[in-house]
Design a protein around this ligand. Structure first.
Ligand code: HEM
Length: 505
């Protein structure tokens, strides 16, 4: 028998067939992994469905559509599911549960190999690190906690008085989305680094950080869905290739954080009763100190700014709620129950204000990211088997708008729902679900919750006692981009000074 060597095209053809068969078999194996969980068909085969939604800037809305169609648990990528049942998410996020953070959190690594609290995935390491930060974040160790917030709010009021008051003859619109972020940036920089960035007094994004984050966040978070790509970004060589003019301001902020932290360590260290002083006193090592203070700016700026601007937006577009809140504030001032500025304690005795804050955070949760949790062993979630290593994420919109928990009109901004509910058990469930926006009752509960709530407790009183706000363009009121943090821009408002006894105080 004569043997003839195969031709080159035959070898190429055979090779291609083998590769395609291998790819098909491995893909089928991946798809089978979660094939018992319903979801968009294409999403079962490739991660591209999820990445495309993330890059599209409306991931949270898209996920809520998926839940509506496929039920309380849906597969959104070969190794990813979303859960829209609040009780199941509370169980998974439970403080003592076996779940831990997925690789998605690698995007919060600021400076490898040291992790910030937000990036720590190992539960034991996270608990130990978190314990060093907790006293500082709770405000108990921090002397200037409330005075910083009050000062920066006074800067906000002053900015409006100086530049953005309209009258019947003058129109001086203000972008509320931008200015609320200037305020949260000034508060956090002052509290965390002890160096206020003065965005409000200069009326600009002093270090370009807001523009930088807004411009890069969408891509960063899409990369977090395939965490191996993040390693590239974190490589010093790639960092050196980034447009230096864009990162210059952020580098300057990092340098300020480093300089400030350096003063707190070593033989001639400065001892202070501020947040960083508390971290140092509780044993945070030098290198972690500047990373933690710097990452606070990311964690605490956009989030609280979203809560402020979107709650105010919902008040402006719901005149009944706006009037009720302003009435509560005016009456409180008249009766001497509200100081100038209002104290945190006083604000807790204003029921309508508290209902407005809850409702604002509920209808527009500032963090709508996937926040995947993973388990090392097989688990049952919503009655379905979840293989080890599967990323289990929340569907924030469906959870916050759950009709069984919040009522038929759960989509609407209606603060009164918090005051009308007479069933104590039902009210407790409403509170527990709404507080998931801070990750409350989880081992990862927002460390900045006390700061954020303190800002929210004060800002609406300080603004509405002095000014009246209205939306400039009700047809296109603002632009919104969901990049895990929900980012809004161009929320233009018209502001008038109020003429009320005690209001201008
Ligand atoms: C309304 C405003 C805010 C909201 C809705 C919010 C929400 C959240 C959520 C949902 C988490 C949990 C993430 C996870 O599950 O892994 C978190 C964590 C965190 N937040 Fe906030 N946050 C807000 C404001 C702030 C502020 C003002 C700061 C800092 C000053 C801050 C600092 C942090 C930190 C450091 C963590 C990590 C906690 C840990 O890993 O143990 N947040 N936040």
């Amino acid at each position: 028998m004569e043997f003839t060597a195969p031709s080159l095209p035959a070898i190429v053809g055979l090779g291609t067939c083998l590769i395609l068969t291998y790819l098909l078999v491995t893909r089928v194996m991946v798809v089978r992994h979660l094939q018992h969980i319903p979801g968009p068909p294409f999403a079962g085969w490739t991660i591209l469905w999820l990445i495309r939604r993330q890059l599209g800037g409306r991931l949270a809305l898209d996920l809520s559509e998926v839940s509506k169609k496929y039920g309380p648990i849906s597969r959104v990528a070969p190794n990813w599911v979303i859960v829209s049942d609040p009780a199941e998410i509370r169980r998974i996020w439970n403080v003592r549960g076996p779940w831990y953070r997925g690789d998605w959190y690698d995007m919060f690594k600021m400076d490898q190999p040291i992790d910030t609290v937000l990036a720590l995935k190992d539960n034991a390491a996270h608990n130990a690190h978190r314990a060093k930060l907790l006293p500082g974040y709770s405000g108990k160790d921090v002397e200037n906690f409330h005075s910083v917030i009050d000062r920066r709010m006074a800067d906000f009021v002053d900015l409006i008085d100086r530049k953005y008051l309209s009258t019947k003859d003058t129109f001086r619109p203000m972008d509320l989305s931008e200015k609320s972020q200037f305020m949260t940036m000034d508060i956090i920089s002052d509290l965390a680094i002890g160096n206020c960035f003065n965005c409000l007094t200069e009326d600009r994004d002093v270090y370009g950080q807001i523009a930088f984050v807004t411009g890069s966040l969408g891509l960063l978070i899409a990369m977090a869905i395939v965490p191996s790509t993040l390693k590239l970004l974190q490589h010093p060589l790639v960092r050196a290739l980034l447009p230096q003019d864009k990162v210059a301001g952020v580098n300057r902020m990092m340098a300020i954080s480093q300089e400030n932290a350096a003063k707190r360590y070593g033989p001639d260290r400065v001892v202070a009763r501020d947040m960083l002083g508390s971290f140092v006193a509780h044993g945070l090592p030098h290198h972690s100190a500047w990373l933690e203070t710097f990452s606070q700016i990311g964690a605490g700026t956009d989030t609280t700014a979203t809560a402020i601007r979107m709650t105010l937006y919902h008040l402006m577009t719901n005149p009944d709620s706006y009037r009720k809140l302003q009435h509560e504030i005016d009456t409180g001032i008249k009766e001497g129950r509200i100081s100038s500025p209002i104290t945190d304690e006083e604000s807790k005795h204003l029921p309508y204000l508290q209902a407005v804050i809850r409702e604002g955070l509920r209808v527009w949760p500032p963090i709508v990211g996937l926040m995947p949790k993973v388990c090392a062993t097989e688990k049952i979630v919503c009655g379905k088997r979840i293989p080890p290593g599967t990323n289990v994420c929340w569907d924030p919109i469906s959870i916050m708008q759950n009709k069984e928990v919040f009522g038929e009109d759960a989509r609407c901004f209606r603060p009164d729902r918090w005051l009308e509910e007479t069933d104590a058990a039902k009210l407790k469930t409403m509170e527990q679900v709404q507080m998931l926006c801070f990750g409350t009752s989880s081992r990862w509960e927002c460390l900045g919750k006390v700061i954020a709530l303190s800002e929210l407790n004060k800002i609406f009183v300080e603004l509405l006692r002095r000014f009246d706000f209205s939306v400039v363009d009700p047809i296109n009121p603002f632009k919104s981009w969901d990049a895990s943090l929900s980012v809004q821009s161009d929320l233009w408002v018209r502001i008038e000074k109020r003429n009320v006894a005690g209001g201008g105080k």
